[in-house]
Design a protein around this ligand. Structure first.
Ligand SMILES: N=C(N)NC/C=C/[C@H]1O[C@@H](n2cnc3c(N)ncnc32)[C@H](O)[C@@H]1O
Length: 441
């Protein structure tokens, strides 16, 4: 259901293109709906959403209003952004906006999921993750005395309980938006921590604390570090509730990338179609490439020997200076020197977060989700090329990665990888610059 609006724009406008696609809204799955430009060429999906061109008097259908300045609208089957200031409400046919698009954070679904035990069991069962936070509290227990702590997105309250059990903070505000908060209160009481830990149910951006805090601790990291964009809530809470000179845990974060081979995944999703049951199903391979290799593979476990070069940190976040606006688009560069001749199937990504000590010179605790550290529930994320390339020791793979936050679906992002291979051999792909856009939804 969409609301028609009329454009008051003087004449035609043509606005620049932004390489973003939102594919979440069910009613926008209509295959006849075109975005502002793009298409599928040589198995690469390039799909742009431009700002919409329209003329005075056009009737636009508004799908979403992610901000007061820019609305997400449709004109004759093409969707894109429109400057809200140029539009006026069309008196005829007042219709309700599509409710599924009114919640660009998808909070009902998001917090609904965290209201059940499944995800909390997964996170609590992740020993590397949970022990890392326990180690942070333990190694800072003396300095935590009399400190005020905010545990943002406390879930079952495990970090808050560690604080109360292993240190003597003056107060821990355990903030949890989902219905799990009711049980968290019971767990706090059950473990005799209700003198120290106060559970507040609500979104961290909306709740009121009685005071500022000395330490803001949160386990906010999603797939590829940023997916879910819970980090935005952490930054807003930092700016509102962390006292000057207060401590952020994690203090910093880094996204790491490595070129890799992925024989078994390639065999499972692509080679499979060569001779299933003695038949030739290769005409399905372009479909397989489109279906399986244009989205990242979460929970991939990369074997260290599948890394073709030394991993490289491509994006680094300082949690004291990072701004919400920085999250819209983050760019990184990479330059890999291929260490062994192999088949280059794709890139694998993971993240590391660091927790600086409260004491000057104290040990920093690190949680590394990479292949050379203890396994975590995040595992790693695999970005497959649309077709593998053979590379030789001495080749170099250089390029850029862009994490582009989805302007409509605020917990989602697009990852664009652009790279070239400069070979020690005359590899036919050497000259080819490649660009891949992956949709994380
Ligand atoms: N590490 C990942 N990916 N998620 C683990 C953390 C997710 C937990 O944090 C809560 N949470 C997320 N955002 C907020 C917010 N803005 N205010 C209050 N609680 C929140 C969720 O309901 C989960 O219980």
């Amino acid at each position: 259901m969409m609301r028609p609006v009329r454009s008051m724009l003087p004449g035609q406008i043509s606005l620049e293109v932004a390489p973003i696609r939102s594919e979440r809204p069910a009613n926008l799955r209509d295959p006849n709906l075109k975005t502002g430009g793009g298409g599928i060429s040589n198995n690469r999906v390039t799909c742009f959403v431009s700002q919409l061109s329209f003329s005075r008097g056009d009737r636009l259908l508004v799908h979403a209003k992610p901000s007061s300045e820019w609305w997400w609208a449709e004109l004759q089957g093409v969707i894109g952004y429109v400057p809200a200031g140029y539009l006026s409400q069309d008196a005829a046919g007042e219709e309700e906006e599509d409710p599924s698009i009114e919640d660009p954070w998808q909070d009902e679904e998001y917090f609904g999921n965290y209201g059940t035990l499944r995800l909390h069991l997964e996170m609590l069962s992740d020993k590397s993750r949970t022990e890392a936070y326990r180690q942070v509290i333990l190694s800072n227990s003396a300095s935590l005395s009399s400190k005020r702590v905010m545990d943002l997105g406390c879930g079952t309250g495990i970090i808050s309980l560690f604080c109360a059990q292993l240190a003597r903070p003056s107060m821990v505000y355990a903030v949890e938006a989902s219905s799990m908060a009711e049980y968290t209160r019971q767990l706090v009481k059950q473990n005799g921590c209700d003198e120290v830990v106060t559970v507040l149910q609500g979104r961290a951006e909306e709740i009121e604390l009685p005071e500022q805090v000395d330490v803001l601790v949160s386990e906010w990291m999603g797939n590829c570090l940023l997916f879910e964009f819970m980090v935005e809530s952490v930054l807003l809470a930092r700016d509102r509730w962390l006292r000057d000179g207060g401590t952020m845990w994690p203090s910093s974060a880094a996204l790491t990338l490595v070129p890799c081979q992925a024989d078994s995944y390639y065999a499972e999703k692509m080679a499979f179609w060569e001779r299933p049951y003695g038949l030739d199903f290769t005409p399905l391979q372009p479909l397989a490439q489109q279906e399986f290799f244009t989205k990242p593979k979460f929970s991939h476990i990369i074997d260290p020997c599948d890394c073709l070069a030394a991993p490289c940190d491509v994006i680094s976040l300082d949690m004291y200076t990072l701004q919400v606006g920085d999250l819209e688009q983050m760019k990184g560069q990479f330059h890999f020197c291929v260490e062994k001749s192999a088949v280059f199937h794709g890139f694998t990504a993971w993240f590391t977060v660091c927790f600086k000590s409260l004491e000057a010179g104290g040990a920093t605790v690190e949680l590394n989700t990479g292949p050379n550290s203890g396994p975590t529930h995040w595992k790693q994320t695999l970005f497959m090329l649309d077709r593998p390339v053979s590379v030789c020791a001495g080749d170099s793979i250089s390029g850029t990665i862009v994490l582009q936050r989805n302007p409509v679906w605020r917990r989602h992002m697009t990852v664009t990888l652009h790279w070239t291979i400069k070979g020690s051999t005359d590899n036919p792909d050497n000259a080819q610059a490649n660009i891949f856009i992956y949709y994380m939804h």
